[in-house]
Write a protein that binds this ligand. Structure first.
Ligand SMILES: *[C@@H]1O[C@H](CO)[C@@H](O)[C@H](O)[C@H]1NC(C)=O
Ligand SMILES: *[C@@H]1O[C@H](CO)[C@@H](O)[C@H](O)[C@H]1NC(C)=O
Ligand SMILES: *[C@@H]1O[C@H](CO)[C@@H](O)[C@H](O)[C@H]1NC(C)=O
Ligand SMILES: CC(=O)N[C@H]1CO[C@H](CO)[C@@H](O)[C@@H]1O
Length: 844
């Protein structure tokens, strides 16, 4: 769908020709958003602009358009745009105007979720930490200092969009804006003041006069004319709070986010397609994939705490910008099928009939004669054969068929016509420079970060300080340091001046150093309790505790006050007698951040780098640096941090985020093949149990030069940087697909007026993803009852002996091929059995 840009001749008399985008009138009624008087079925997807680079944006937007999206949805990230009060950043990854203009250029609309609370697994939910220090402030409630700041920033964004003429009312792409975000999930915790604040948010937003509607998600009592919308894994049961508002779904979770220490969630596309189809079946007209491209939490932008650096989300476009198949392709086919029904869906309300237990038909029939139907099997156990309008249809369990003409099936959510494409990471041993025969590891230099207090701005305070109040999140790191004189006869000492150091922290990582040596460490989301056996010496001792945050909380009532750091108690105790001394209220010395952060070692520029060998490894708190040439080719690049511990990394001075390959996913709840049937939840389909949560970290191509790149790591826990390797993510050496005789013919066999062109059998269609590739071999082909999944197909009891030769003949040597899945083509190897064609092909 391309929004028209018209040339208007404004005044012949002045001979002045103005090229202007046509202003669009966006309103809504009880069925849909209405643009220039026409109701619209809209399919939207979230892409958060700072989670990729401006160089990636055009391709991500084009892939979204090719996938059938009409709208790109994004939050606005306040702490990225105003990191310090009144100091704005709208450059680089935060160039919101550029992002919105690129979406417009592709002919798509924008849903701008200004918030300004974003949640989004983003640091502090998108709030700048400086807000926390405004006297008397209380977040997200009826509080004057907060409301003043929220209004100032919201107005700032609206004004910026207006100046650039980006609202649809001005000819721009923005058709909808959001104020607040999922406040209805938590507002009861704020009592009456919460309701006053919610209403104030609504009227504040309306007063900004954008000329397009506003929405509030998860806010059942959003006041008119604000549209209340639904977020969730399913929203088909949702009804808006007024008969005048359309049924809109602003966050349909396409997968789920990853945390350090967690297994990797994934959502089967059969279930995601089911959720979308049933939403439109039940009169929905706008739905948004959260996320369509998840991307990467660069720098220290991840929230949580403990959200990983990857924000891949199992989205249809992966973290690296490659389409994820068959998810992307299956949803593209779904979007085409829904669009074939658009006229009928929008013209009328459905007639709903039961076709049996758990079997529902919804028919949209207009007076002008168009008709579209959705047939649903919401049962989780049994496939069904239903009769609808005199015809018979096969409906797998937990699936929906879409019939754009009320007769022929264009799409079934559980029958995938899009091939699975393999993607692999290819290892590259990187050379420090083109002439060198040496590998990366031979050219590391280092700087040791001092253990304990080393900066002039350190200060002394009695008692244990909460971390965010102390660092204002200017750094992940806060040193808590104590000097102690030991006489040797203290009751908390055991023989040989041994004792147990007890440390309690509210997150997320603690390293304890005794007299300059690492004695123990631990981590946790909101509670760490360590008992570390230590050796003290007679005379002076130092206890240096390094507390590290891993993303500030972003969700829940009062999340801004959760805090972090070593809030105590800290005690020394005897393991034998139990006698102890509480150190919590002593005079502690504090240092915010590390010395190397102050001197900007991340840039690589310092003159202090030491290149003496041997390189110190497996020791805490060392900065490492090396140089490397870009991996060859243009495939996306990742660094595999296996071998290192935990820290932050920079490429050419640009922070690629926190790395933590030693954070291991809990060994619980993983499944090799997740049953997509039945309600999905974020714990239902997990993989990667017992393995590192994240070893590979995205380095955008645009941050790398052909040669002479600098990589700097701050290794906090101890590791061996020479073990680091580079990888490029490659797509499309293998293609797999199984199409059964009961699959619908491809959705492209329909004309745009919802008339079926080819009343053909199902077709197995393959296409090499890389345009210069051709299918070089067919590794497996069987028409009959093949079993197994991609990579492990095998013949069943029934197999047409012609399978391989027919598929080879049709496919080898071409970039794409189509093979009809029928006995007409393959003969019938087993009458009376339902048959399918499984193929595994290679491209190069
Ligand atoms: C915009 O559309 C609405 C409903 O379709 C209509 O009532 C209104 O007059 C239109 N406004 C303009 C400025 O055309
Ligand atoms: C931060 O300091 C303020 C003001 O002293 C205090 O009210 C608040 O409880 C502290 N926050 C945390 C998380 O400890
Ligand atoms: C459907 O028919 C059209 C026109 O005859 C043809 O170009 C197209 O390839 C056919 N599609 C399929 C999927 O067979
Ligand atoms: C609106 C909605 O459906 N919300 C649900 C989203 O999914 C979570 C996790 O499964 C549920 O707890 C919510 O109720």
């Amino acid at each position: 769908m391309v929004r028209g840009r018209k040339i208007e001749i404004v005044s012949f008399l002045l001979l002045q020709i103005v090229v202007a985008a046509t202003a669009a009138n966006v309103t809504y009624d009880h069925r849909a958003l209405v643009i220039d008087g026409k109701r619209k079925i809209l399919i939207s997807g979230s892409i958060h602009y700072p989670r990729s680079t401006p160089e990636m944006w055009p391709d991500l937007i084009q892939k979204s358009k090719d996938g059938g999206l009409d709208v790109i949805e994004t939050y606005v990230f306040w702490n990225g745009h105003e990191p310090h009060k009144n100091k704005y950043n709208f450059e680089g990854r935060y160039d919101l105007v550029k992002f919105v203009k690129l979406v417009a250029k592709a002919g798509l609309y924008v849903h701008l979720r200004i918030g300004p609370y974003a949640c989004a697994e983003w640091n502090y939910g998108g709030f700048p930490v400086w807000l926390h220090f405004i006297p008397g402030i209380k977040f997200r409630t009826d509080n004057e200092p907060f409301k003043a700041e929220m209004q100032r920033f919201t107005a700032k964004i609206v004004d910026l969009m207006k100046q650039e003429r980006l609202y649809a009312s001005q000819g721009g792409p923005i058709i909808l804006s959001q104020v607040e975000n999922e406040y209805g999930n938590v507002d009861s915790s704020y009592g009456a003041a919460g309701k006053i604040y919610m209403k104030w948010s609504a009227s504040m937003a309306l007063s900004l006069d954008t000329g397009v509607p506003w929405n509030m998600c998860q806010q059942g009592d959003a006041p008119d004319p604000i549209i209340n919308t639904c977020n969730g894994f399913y929203c088909d049961q949702f009804t808006p709070n007024s008969n005048n508002k359309p049924k809109m779904w602003t966050e349909n979770w396409s997968g789920w986010f990853l945390g350090f220490g967690d297994p990797t969630p994934y959502r089967p596309v059969e279930d995601l397609a089911f959720a979308v189809a049933i939403f439109y079946q039940r009169s929905g007209t706008f739905q948004n994939y959260y996320m369509y491209h998840g991307g990467t939490n660069f720098e220290r932008t991840s929230g949580g705490p403990l959200i990983s650096t990857s924000y891949d989300y199992d989205a249809p476009i992966d973290e690296y910008g490659l389409v994820r198949e068959p998810k992307w392709g299956h949803l593209r086919d779904l979007h085409k099928a829904i669009k074939l029904c658009e006229d009928a869906l929008l013209a009328t309300d459905p007639t709903v009939t039961s076709l049996g237990s758990n079997l529902v038909a919804s028919e949209y029939k207009t007076s002008s004669g168009s008709c579209a139907a959705f047939l649903a099997n919401i049962g989780t156990e049994s496939d069904a054969t239903v009769t609808f309008n005199g015809n018979s249809y096969h409906l797998p369990a937990w699936s929906i068929s879409i019939l754009p003409d009320c007769k022929n099936v264009a799409f079934n959510t559980a029958k995938i016509n899009a091939a699975t494409e393999s993607t692999t990471f290819a290892r590259q041993a990187l050379k420090p420079n083109a002439d060198s025969s040496e590998e990366l590891g031979s050219q590391w230099s280092y700087i040791k970060e001092p253990i304990g207090i080393s900066k002039a701005d350190a200060f002394v305070k009695p008692g244990l300080l909460e971390q965010i109040n102390t660092t204002a999140d200017e750094s992940d790191y806060l040193w808590y340091s104590l000097r102690m004189d030991i006489k040797g006869d203290e009751t908390f000492l055991d023989e040989g001046s041994k004792a147990v150091l007890h440390v309690q922290s509210i997150g997320q990582v603690v390293y304890a150093f005794i007299n300059g040596k690492l004695a123990g460490s631990g981590n946790g989301k909101q509670k760490i309790s360590l008992d570390i056996p230590i050796n003290l010496v007679t005379g002076k001792n130092t206890i240096d505790l390094l507390s590290v945050t891993v993303g500030l909380a972003n969700y829940g009532a009062f999340f801004d006050l959760i805090g972090a750091g070593i809030t105590g108690p800290v005690t020394l105790k005897s393991a034998k007698s139990g006698s102890s001394i509480d150190l919590s209220s002593q005079q502690w010395t504090y240092q915010v951040g590390l010395k190397g952060e102050d001197t900007d070692l991340g840039s690589g520029d310092s003159s202090e780098w030491v290149s003496k060998s041997p390189l110190p490894t497996m020791q805490p708190l060392i900065w490492y640096k090396t140089t490397f040439d870009a991996p060859s080719g243009s495939d996306p690049v990742a660094i595999d941090f296996t071998g290192t511990g935990k820290g932050i990394a920079w490429v050419n001075g640009q922070s690629i985020g926190r790395y933590w390959p030693t954070s291991i996913a809990r060994n619980d709840g993983c499944t090799d093949s997740c049953n997509y049937r039945g309600s999905y939840s974020s714990n239902k389909c997990l993989k990667n149990c017992g393995k590192p949560s994240q070893t590979l970290y995205h380095v955008p191509r645009s941050w790398i030069k052909p040669s002479g790149n600098t990589l700097v790591l701050l290794e906090e826990m101890g590791g061996d940087p020479t073990k680091i390797s580079f990888a490029t993510k490659q797509t499309g050496s293998g293609l797999c697909l199984t199409v059964s005789q009961s699959h619908p013919a491809p959705v492209d066999s329909w004309a745009s007026d919802s008339k079926i062109l080819n009343r053909t059998s199902p077709v197995l269609s393959l296409k090499c993803p890389v345009s210069t590739h051709v299918i070089t071999s067919i590794n497996f082909a069987s028409f009959g009852t093949p079993t197994g999944t991609c990579g492990s197909f095998s013949h069943g009891r029934c197999n047409s002996p012609r399978s391989l030769s027919i598929v080879r003949k049709a496919c080898v040597g071409s970039r794409s091929c189509k093979v009809e899945v029928s006995t007409r083509v393959f003969g019938d190897p087993c009458r009376s059995l339902a048959k399918s064609l499984a193929v595994e092909a290679s491209c190069s």
